[in-house]
Design a protein around this ligand. Structure first.
Ligand code: PSV
Ligand code: MN
Ligand code: MN
Length: 401
């Protein structure tokens, strides 16, 4: 039943020259992967505050991910981290996920928790440690094969703390060799997503510090290697949406790790401090999707893996995850409300103020009635956060975990 709020919203959009039909279909297709590590007590580098009811095993992480999908309709897959989610039988894990109504998504190797990795993993000066790291990467390709996952997403803590600590160019060579070996072990349908980060845990240099390094490495490796943009991994003031546009134009944008940050790699609820950035990222993606003159760019824009990468320490984990995916959906919905004809006309006229206004005005719309209607059509409760609170799931966890 379409309520008054929806009819008023539809009318307002019609007056702006926007039809909601195609927009609803796009909203129904949005998928956001949640990370298994966001459901357990991971915390921060200073302290992990234990939360009663938090998931303690891979089984419990899958259950929580399935609950988030059930109430949002947005999260049909969950990323895993090996060895945190290590099991003896991965096809059984994949079957278990299916029985909960989800699938296993990106496989994330862990190359930072062993003592061996103090001076790096694939870039370690010791060839024994480098071989161990490469063996783990290849193990994760096998895991991806067993759980039928397309993506293996890589983040390296590798770097140095002091000038002179290591030979930077030699380390670059080690990184290239390691990833080439992993690349050769991948099946043709698989993708290697390469994440970058400009600092932390290393403070002088990081071996893959920025998107340019990740991009060039991906280019050297081949078409199955793409760049993963973690929104928290840039220096202050970096224009992330520009990086997105650039990578799309080069057809190398593999995916996102969404989170919010104010200062460093804060891993906070998506869109909590920087909603306009998130909106502008979607604006660039939708612009690429419309680019009929460049079908490969359109193809890239349609095959981006949207993932959350968060670590909730003081906020309840499941509602925090729900908040994040709803925030992504909210900004995406607004990005769908841009009047592209007006924007293109203003750009062609060189009308700076009009062009900026078109982009900003869509951001200023409140798509809540539209999202309620879409959820109703998908058989989802209009207010997923409320549906979660009322489901009694949190109370059940307190008793059973
Ligand atoms: C560490 O910076 C990090 O947050 C990276 O973003 C990874 O994607 C994530 O941990 C999981 O390994
Ligand atoms: Mn990340
Ligand atoms: Mn991070």
């Amino acid at each position: 039943m379409l309520d008054r709020a929806y009819r008023e919203f539809e009318k307002r959009q019609q007056d702006r020259g926007i039809s909601l039909k195609g927009i609803k279909e796009k909203l129904k297709m949005l998928k956001i992967e949640t990370p298994s590590w966001g459901y357990s007590d991971q915390g921060t580098r200073f302290r992990t505050f234990k939360q009663p009811g938090a998931a303690r095993s891979v089984e419990e992480r899958l259950q929580d991910a399935a609950k988030v999908h059930e109430v949002t309709g947005l999260c049909p897959s969950v990323a895993i981290h090996i060895p945190w989610d290590k099991v003896d039988d991965y096809s059984q894990l994949s079957n278990r996920a299916a029985s909960l109504g989800i699938t296993i998504g990106a496989v994330n190797p862990n190359l930072f928790q062993d003592d061996d990795y103090m001076l790096g993993s694939v870039c370690n000066p010791d060839s024994r440690v480098r071989s161990k790291a490469v063996a783990h990467l290849i193990e994760c390709v096998d895991v991806a094969r067993a759980v039928k996952s397309r993506d293996i997403s890589l983040w390296f803590a590798d770097g140095t703390n002091y000038p002179g600590q290591a030979d930077l160019r030699r380390r670059k060579g080690y990184m290239e060799e390691a990833l080439a070996e992993m690349y050769r072990s991948m099946d043709p349908n698989m993708r290697m997503l390469i994440e970058y980060k400009f600092f932390e845990p290393a403070f002088y240099h990081t071996d893959l510090a920025d998107w340019g390094m990740a991009y060039q490495l991906a280019q050297k490796l081949g078409p199955q290697a793409e760049v993963l943009v973690d929104t928290g991994h840039h220096a202050q003031g970096t224009n992330v949406e520009h990086i997105v546009a650039y990578l799309l134009d080069e057809r190398r944008l593999g995916g996102f790790h969404f989170n919010a940050r104010k200062y460093a790699d804060d891993d906070l609820i998506v869109g909590s401090v920087n909603p306009y950035e998130l909106y502008l990222i979607f604006h660039q993606i939708l612009s690429a999707e419309r680019d009929q003159a460049h079908p490969l760019v359109q193809d890239n824009a349609r095959n981006i893996a949207y993932m959350i990468d968060q670590s909730h320490n003081i906020e309840p984990k499941i509602p925090a995850m729900i908040r994040s995916v709803l925030n992504v959906q909210y900004q995406y919905a607004k990005a769908l409300l841009v009047n592209w004809n007006l924007l293109e006309e203003a750009q062609e006229r060189g009308d700076v103020l009009a062009a900026e206004a078109v982009v900003r005005e869509a951001f200023e719309q409140d798509p809540t009635p539209l999202l309620h209607a879409v959820r109703e059509e998908m058989g989802i409760a209009p207010n997923p956060m409320k549906a979660y609170s009322e489901s009694g799931y949190a109370e059940k966890l307190l008793q059973s975990r």
